[in-house]
Ligand binder design. Structure first.
Ligand code: SF4
Length: 279
């Protein structure tokens, strides 16, 4: 059972600093020039890779409606902001909405997220689901796996309710690498997640536009743009096997600084004939 307290929050279109600058330029008739300037000089450092991933995997068809799953951490907040920029300052044509699920781990202040969505004029759905008590009752050994499964189920059901064909999540390049090592070290499998997945049971498509972008880039973006964060009160937060993988990847990148790019190239350059006979 879950609490169905769906709340839609939308508001006036209040602009961020750069959008405000664009508006001022618009008054003097220089809007197009300003937009081009902003795209070239301010956002190109992180948008280029996002646009390439979207293009490489044909993620966003024309006229699509995208529901962004926003936990409130830097990854999902950055994704929301990046998609907002792409919606307004790229050739991509799509609608954008957001959803946040309260998982029941404790008090969560969604005020900053609601304020951001109001500023961006992105409709936000707030929903509660007792994931915490389900995990605690079951005494789950892998709480994050069950949590992710339950959360994606509820996000998908909201996407269907609001008529969104695409669900976007903030998984980035570090997640790709860490998931690869998690599977190899703990499950004995050579795999990670895909940039785009069609879910045949729902007809939805899951997209991960940030798969070419590192976590460090997103942290820097969040800081530079002053994007808010929502504290996650979950006791498992920062205390998972994934954290161990972060340490592992960090030690590799210290020794081999271009590891991320090499890893990405490797994923797209698999020598299938040299893979061993499958059991
Ligand atoms: S850290 Fe907590 S909130 Fe995050 S996935 Fe794991 S169980 Fe869920």
């Amino acid at each position: 059972m879950y609490t169905n307290n769906l709340v839609k929050s939308s508001g006036y279109y209040t602009r961020f600093n750069f959008v405000y600058t664009v508006a001022c330029e618009a008054q003097t008739g220089n809007l197009e020039r300003m937009k081009r300037y902003l795209m070239r000089n301010r956002h190109s450092w992180f948008l280029t890779r996002v646009k390439r991933a979207i293009k490489d995997y044909d993620m966003i068809p024309r006229g699509a409606k995208i529901l962004v799953s926003v936990s409130g951490g830097k990854d999902s907040i950055s994704l929301l902001y990046i998609l907002f920029l792409l919606q307004h300052y790229s050739h991509l044509d799509f609608q954008l909405e957001a959803v946040h699920i309260n998982l029941g781990w404790g008090e969560v202040d969604t005020g900053p997220l609601e304020a951001l969505c109001t500023k961006l004029d992105v409709p936000l759905y707030l929903k509660s689901y007792p994931v915490a008590s389900i995990i605690q009752k079951r005494g789950e050994k892998s709480p994050c796996a069950l949590c992710a499964k339950l959360r994606s189920g509820i996000v998908n059901s909201i996407a269907l309710d609001v008529g969104a064909g695409l669900v976007a999540t903030g998984h980035h390049l570090d997640d790709v690498v860490e998931t690869f090592f998690l599977n190899m070290i703990f499950a004995g499998q050579l795999k990670t997640f895909l940039p785009k997945t069609y879910l045949s049971n729902t007809g939805l498509t899951l997209i991960r536009p940030l798969v070419y972008v590192t976590e460090k880039t997103l942290a820097s973006l969040r800081e530079k743009e002053g994007l808010p964060l929502i504290h996650n009160p979950c006791p498992y937060n920062g205390n998972t096997k994934r954290e161990e993988m972060k340490d592992l990847v960090s030690s590799i990148t210290q020794r081999y600084p271009d590891f991320y790019d090499k890893f990405l190239t490797s994923l797209q350059n698999v020598s299938f004939e040299n893979l061993w006979k499958q059991r």
